[in-house]
Design a protein around this ligand. Structure first.
Ligand SMILES: Cc1cc2nc3c(=O)[nH]c(=O)nc-3n(C[C@H](O)[C@H](O)[C@H](O)COP(=O)(O)O)c2cc1C
Length: 221
């Protein structure tokens, strides 16, 4: 196996004051990201969607296997199919599959089995994780597939936020219908269904709070 050629790499760095300023500004900008469930139907230019996905694909991945596929759906017909299948699963989940504790945790968010945003949002990005590849007819493993694809989705959400669009991280459960509707190969498993779009005119979001730093971080100085 041949090694990669190693090439010089540089990037900008800043003095302490500027580093602090940038870290604060970045937190404030990230803290404005919210999950949205009300989208306008205003179309998104295809090049914007391409750039968002290209940003997501810069995420690190186990052994650089990049074990992900992004399916970008703007077709009204396919969005309708996805909505119908998702609502069928979600109806069963909300009415008989989810344990009481889960339903109680979801109640404050006001979600239910109805998913109109799957048709209203101008684009759905369905992320698949690839547990293996077929190379010359042989199975080749990917590594840390869930971690890598999760990171790519984080990058995707950041890219969406950065260009003034909004997204919903959606997990209609189970999601196998996405393999059938989108005709995906055996080695791909649905990971997240992410409607993307501009905010609807009177979008509201639940007034949730984020945990304090002291509840999420432990410093060993
Ligand atoms: C893995 C994952 C799955 C989620 N699934 C759903 C979902 O199926 N439906 C939904 O309305 N929101 C879903 N959410 C969104 C969360 O409810 C939301 O991120 C959380 O309430 C925090 O709100 P925020 O994103 O505005 O900070 C999901 C989020 C994550 C990370």
């Amino acid at each position: 196996m041949k090694s990669y050629q190693f090439i010089p790499y540089t990037k900008e760095s800043y003095d302490e004051e500027e580093t602090l300023k940038r870290s604060k500004a970045h937190f404030e900008y990230f803290n404005k990201r919210r999950t949205v469930r009300d989208f306008s139907d205003k179309p998104i230019p295809m090049e914007v969607l391409e750039n968002i996905v290209k940003s997501a694909s810069t995420a690190p991945s186990g052994a650089n296997k990049q074990p992900w596929t992004f399916c970008i759906v703007t077709s009204a017909e396919i969005k309708k199919k996805i909505r119908e299948a998702a609502e069928k699963e979600e109806y069963d989940s909300y009415n008989s599959r989810m344990p009481q504790e889960w339903l109680e945790d979801l109640e404050p968010l006001g979600t239910d089995w109805k998913k109109p945003f799957l048709e209203t949002a101008p684009a759905l990005i369905i992320v698949f994780k690839r547990s293996y590849e077929i190379v010359n007819g042989k199975k080749k493993n990917n590594y840390y597939v869930t971690e890598s694809t999760g990171l790519a989705c984080g990058f995707l959400l950041e890219a969406i936020h950065h260009c003034g669009l909004a997204a919903l991280t959606h997990t209609p459960s189970p999601m196998n219908f996405l393999c059938t509707v989108l005709n995906r190969p055996e080695n791909e498993k649905p990971f997240l269904l992410i409607p993307v779009g501009y905010l609807a005119e009177s979008t509201t979001v639940p007034n949730i709070s984020r945990k304090d730093l002291t509840d999420i971080a432990v410093f060993y100085k």
